[in-house]
Design a protein around this ligand. Structure first.
Ligand SMILES: NC(=O)c1ccc[n+]([C@@H]2O[C@H](COP(=O)([O-])OP(=O)(O)OC[C@H]3O[C@@H](n4cnc5c(N)ncnc54)[C@H](OP(=O)(O)O)[C@@H]3O)[C@@H](O)[C@H]2O)c1
Length: 236
């Protein structure tokens, strides 16, 4: 599908990658861009329609689908991450539950609410923002990694189900991106503009999965040959 004339809904659109998704959708000629945010007053980008949306709040999700009944492209971008004390430490289960709530169940809730909308509007597309750690567990953020693996599997499952209504379901995988989420990490990062440019190009090309940087592409390639091991000295 083309972004030009699409009606786009972006979750977590007030900052970071979500803001960039909204900006580039406008630049590519989207007919309308809904910008979901837990606090809509934080959506300051001219030209978008702010929508109050906490993806963990069932009422918000239902109201968003009601309001935005003309959506043809859903970008499930909202996500959280926390540095971990380790999977074998007592706090791990709580951190995993909390992170799953947004990164997995939030995506599922939005998908369930918007699948009929996309179907009614001809199929359209749905893109889930996943990660390099969907494929390899990071020792710094192991709980987050588990949530992104689960969200990858969710993406693959939803793709099967929505094929019959002609919805293109895309998984986006990335290593470090230069947003607030990674401000504490002194590592090489991809610019959000580069990530989003590749994401929209993949949607327009009809692709089902996009890896936006060399490292991510290398990890996927390595998985076909065995287990990919993180270098403990560089955590990458
Ligand atoms: N940065 C990276 O290195 C990287 C790499 C791979 C994948 N990703 C993924 O990219 C996506 C965007 O991350 P980012 O880097 O842009 O992070 P970010 O700068 O921290 O922004 C996260 C966005 O998600 C929103 N959000 C969090 N919980 C939410 C909820 N329950 N309901 C609605 N919105 C919620 C935040 O809203 P508030 O402003 O209200 O907190 C914010 O708008 C995430 O799915 C993340 O996992 C990031």
């Amino acid at each position: 599908m083309k972004i030009e004339n699409a009606v786009v809904f972006v979750t977590g659109a007030n900052r970071g990658l979500g803001l960039e998704f909204a900006k580039q959708a406008l630049a590519l000629g989207a007919k309308k861009v809904y910008a979901g945010s837990r606090d809509p007053s934080k959506v300051t980008l001219p030209g978008v329609i702010p929508v109050k949306l906490d993806v963990n709040n069932a009422q918000d999700v239902a109201a968003a689908a009601e309001l935005a009944g003309d959506v043809t492209l859903l970008i499930n971008n909202a996500g959280i991450a926390s540095v971990s004390e380790g999977l074998t430490r007592p706090g791990s289960a709580d951190l995993l539950r909390k992170t799953l709530e947004t990164n997995l169940f939030g995506v599922l809730a939005m998908t369930q609410a918007f699948a009929p909308v996309l179907g009614r509007n001809g199929g359209g597309a749905l893109l889930n923002v996943l990660s390099i750690v969907s494929w390899v567990n990071s020792p710094v953020i192991p709980e987050y990694s588990i949530t992104k693996s689960a969200a990858w599997s969710l993406t693959n499952g939803v793709r099967h189900e929505l094929r019959k209504q002609n919805t293109q379901v895309v998984g986006l995988h990335a290593g470090y991106i230069d947003t607030d989420l990674t401000s504490g990490f002194d590592v090489e990062k991809t610019a959000p503009s580069d990530v989003v440019r590749q994401a929209y190009a993949a949607i327009e090309a009809g692709e089902l999965e996009v890896s936006v940087d060399e490292k991510t592409r290398a990890v996927k390639q390595a998985l076909t040959q065995g287990v990919y091991l993180i270098d403990p000295s560089t955590q990458s």
